[in-house]
Design a protein around this ligand. Structure first.
Ligand code: MGD
Ligand code: MGD
Ligand code: MO
Length: 766
């Protein structure tokens, strides 16, 4: 069967820079995607696999959480980056016990994440015992016994940490949290802690539920869509189709971003014939905002909306909605009227004309959607920023009405579902009570550790066993040096994974790799094909069925791993029927129906044509289950990010050729970066003002109040369109710069989009 060999580890000196692209997607995207897929899986598997992405009887794309259309699905309901995600998982390359015998940990430690990921799918459970230089094979039962021994040997269940990444399906997530709570802890950190936690915190406080209030069909009814702090051309490409369609229905789109992201400004839909001829411009307006300036923007717009109301009373503020459904309006109005627009201009880097234009659009629009992602959430004042965005919608009565609402665009394909299923270190009491009564367990009530607190605990020796259900904890988390030491400080680290990554190489005294099936793989239990379910960014839940033959007979499904581990840990006679759950996933769904709110009749409902939508009280009936029983105007003092003299504020972001810590390739095509990743994008005037020239090699040093020097070396300086004082570089290479303690207020999310740095000329050291 045809498949290309993995590429050698790469050399940054081959890096080249060209002008950024002016248009996203189109024919080139399709070509790139297919080439990548054929390289990994060969022609036949490519054709069979890509035809099933996001189809009703197929599997859910493991790429992003953007929903599928509710009506007719196009023959290819995926995008370039979805195809890359599928190819990455469905690859025929394998990492076998022979591979581990040939490569020591020391050697693997020197390899890039790109190299590690390219080696292929893990095929066999592997163990590394204290003093070992190489991983060696272990049988599944022995692996479970080893984990169970370690867990039982802890002085408290709270010394164990159970991480989840957002690809885990609902059935696994539900059983996994059940195992963890049966064991006796709420230490359930997840990738969401680093992702949309700020959205959850803000929305729960404002509207009583931490999820978005729009559906995919609302995009056709909106007349104004604001996309802030998000790069959909790369990270949610199918969203561009929805935005394109919205525009055909007359909507205006405003992009709020420090960078002129290609997809947002211009887009060719590869799915339509038109895509092959001409494109459309997505954004009607582009607000090139300074990093961290969004809170000021939303407050400035709030002030201007009140002024517009003064000029034409009764036309801007939706009095009926405000009176019937909200609390805190008077205080909000008072604060908005006091906003200083001069400060807003300074904080945002925008002009008064920009603000006036945007406010006018907001004031006249009948249906407004605000979308956002990491640009807003990974800021110190991310929660407050999202509250301010929500305030604007509340003021205009834009929640719980067709074509309007809040739209946090989730990352991982099932990160929202994992939360619904109980993956959260502070699940509310009614959920725990339902779990206890259904299963006869007593879930602990004290809150567990989130991601940042888990790192602190492992660093300090309070966390001793780390269990990762997917993901790449070491590379995804902040303060890499601290996190690596924290993991190494554990007695045991266990990674349930599809592919090799750095979290296998940076390990506890004993380490296990448990290879698992991915979304595309066929999952047979007791001879029958099993299905799993997932929830998208808009609360739609549906089934996903993998059909590919697994690359190894030793792979186990995530569900099987949880059930078998539970039996090893709890022994026979446990009150949870683990073996039955493993044999037939319908039984898990029955239990989900009993415990999880909104999931009654789950088995039947996930089998409907488009699955089903979970309830969302504000969306469905303008009901707000907050502390006041109404939607709350969040009142916050303005926060923004002045740039210290001689410094830059750095955002860490994704290239077009990666999925979080998985590096697909070395080209950020849209931004004109080729064959390398160690670049720092800086405004040309800042490059000169700081005494550098384009193409110089620099070290980036982050400055934080603890005085610790955090440095990453040898980054190429690239002149780029970004506000003065702001810079951008790729994650995860820059994670060593993000201080563990630099977290968002109220969500504890690492501040990955605002790291104060200075540049130093790179000196080659040996
Ligand atoms: N192909 C692909 N798809 C993905 C992923 C991937 O890695 N690759 N990751 C998935 C995951 S887990 C997630 S969470 C999402 C992430 O999706 P995004 O949030 O789009 O991801 P980032 O690359 O972090 O981009 C952040 C965007 O916000 C802008 N930004 C940064 N700071 C600010 C700010 O202060 N204000 C404003 N207004 N804008 C700002 C940046 O310029 C950039 O355009 O994508 C998901 N989908
Ligand atoms: N500096 C900085 N740091 C960030 C961010 C940032 O913008 N800047 N973004 C943050 C965000 S938004 C997120 S969501 C996190 C992501 O954090 P994670 O979710 O932990 O990281 P990923 O890179 O998505 O995980 C990839 C690994 O998951 C495993 N995997 C893939 N599919 C499956 C599967 O089906 N099952 C199992 N068991 N394993 C699988 C593979 O082994 C692969 O190596 O990173 C965060 N970190
Ligand atoms: Mo994410």
């Amino acid at each position: 069967m045809h498949r290309a060999a993995p590429k050698d580890d790469f050399d940054e000196s081959a890096l080249s820079v060209t002008e950024p692209k002016t248009q996203a997607a189109g024919v080139e995207a399709v070509t790139v995607a297919l080439e990548r897929a054929v390289e990994e899986m060969g022609v036949v598997r490519t054709a069979r696999t890509l035809a099933r992405v996001n189809q009703r009887h197929g599997f859910d794309c493991p790429g992003c959480a953007w929903p599928e259309p509710t009506g007719t699905r196009r023959p290819a309901e995926f995008c370039e980056n979805g195809a890359k995600a599928v190819a990455e998982e469905a690859t025929l390359r394998t990492v076998t016990p022979e591979f581990f015998a040939a490569h020591s940990i020391e050697e693997l430690n020197e390899k890039s994440g790109y190299w590690l990921g390219q080696q292929g799918r893990l095929t066999h459970p592997m163990v590394l015992r204290p003093g070992d230089t190489h991983y060696s094979p272990i049988e599944w039962d022995a692996a479970y016994a080893l984990i169970a021994d370690h867990l039982r040997g802890l002085s408290s269940p709270h010394e164990a940490v159970f991480y989840t990444s957002g690809r885990t399906a609902n059935e696994t997530a539900f059983l996994y949290q059940l195992l963890v709570r049966s064991f006796g802890t709420n230490n359930l950190p997840d990738c969401s802690n680093m992702c949309h936690e700020s959205s959850g915190a803000a929305l729960t406080s404002s509207i009583g539920i931490g999820k978005g209030s729009v559906t995919i069909d609302d995009f056709k009814r909106a007349d104004l869509i604001i996309v802030a702090g998000q790069n959909p051309g790369t990270n949610h490409p199918r969203m561009l189709s929805a935005l394109g369609e919205a525009k055909q229905h007359g909507a205006k789109v405003i992009a709020v971003n420090p960078l002129p992201e290609t997809g947002l400004l211009n887009f060719k839909d590869p799915q339509t014939v038109k895509g092959f001829t001409g494109g459309i411009s997505i954004a009607d307006d582009f607000l090139q905002i300074r990093l961290g300036g969004d809170m000021a923007l939303f407050q400035g717009l709030g002030k201007l909306l009140f002024e517009a109301e003064d000029r034409a009373p009764g036309t801007v503020v939706d009095r009926a909605f405000v009176d019937a459904h909200t609390a805190g309006f008077a205080e909000y109005e008072k604060q908005m009227r006091a906003v200083d627009l001069g400060v807003v201009e300074q904080a945002t880097g925008l002009t008064r004309a920009d603000l006036d234009r945007t406010a006018a659009l907001l004031a006249e629009s009948k249906a407004v959607i605000i979308c956002w992602a990491m640009g807003l959430t990974q800021q110190v004042h991310g929660v407050a920023t999202i509250e301010e965005a929500t305030n604007l919608l509340l003021l205009r009565g834009m929640i719980g009405k067709p074509g309007a609402g809040v739209c946090p665009v989730r990352g991982h394909s099932n990160v929202q579902g994992d939360r619904t299923m109980g993956i959260w270190e502070k699940m509310p009491e009614p959920f725990l009570a339902a779990l206890d009564s259904r299963f006869g367990i007593s879930s602990p009530r004290e809150h567990g550790w989130d991601t940042v607190d888990s790192i602190r605990a492992m660093r300090d020796g309070r966390g001793r066993v780390f269990f990762g259900m997917g993901g790449n904890f070491v590379s995804a988390t902040p303060d890499t040096e601290v996190t690596e030491a924290a993991l190494r400080n554990c007695d045991l680290t266990v990674q349930v994974s599809t592919k090799l990554n750095r979290s296998h190489v940076v390990h506890g005294r004993t380490a296990l790799i448990l290879p698992t099936l991915g979304r595309t793989d066929e999952d047979l239990q007791a001879g029958a094909r099993q299905q799993v379910s997932v929830e998208d960014s808009m609360s739609m839940v549906h089934l996903s069925t993998g059909r590919l033959k697994p690359v190894s007979a030793h792979l186990r499904s995530e569900v099987a791993i949880v059930c078998e581990l539970a039996q090893a840990l709890f022994g026979p006679g446990h009150s949870v029927p683990w073996a039955e759950f493993q044999r037939d996933y319908d039984r898990i769904r029955d239990a989900i129906a009993n415990v999880v709110p909104g999931c009654a009749d789950y088995n039947a409902k996930v089998r409907q044509r488009n699955g089903f939508q979970l309830p969302h009280p504000p969306r469905d009936s303008r009901e707000f289950r907050t502390t006041t029983g109404k939607a709350n105007f969040g009142v916050n003092d303005l926060r923004w990010l002045p740039v210290p003299e001689g410094r830059l504020i750095l955002q860490t972001l994704r290239s077009h050729d990666q999925y979080n810590t998985t590096i697909y390739g070395l080209d950020d095509r849209y931004r004109g970066i080729h064959n390398g990743r160690r670049v720092v994008l800086v405004h040309p005037d800042d490059i000169a003002a700081l005494g550098f020239a384009e193409d110089d090699l620099v070290d980036l040093i982050s400055e934080w109040t603890d005085g610790v020097e955090r440095r990453v070396e040898a980054f190429r300086v690239v002149g780029y369109s970004t506000p003065r004082g702001n810079a951008a570089a790729y994650y995860p290479e820059t994670n060593p710069l993000v201080p563990l303690d630099h977290v968002a207020e109220r969500s504890n999310t690492p501040v990955s989009k605002a790291v104060t740095i200075r540049l130093e000329r790179h000196v080659h050291r040996r």
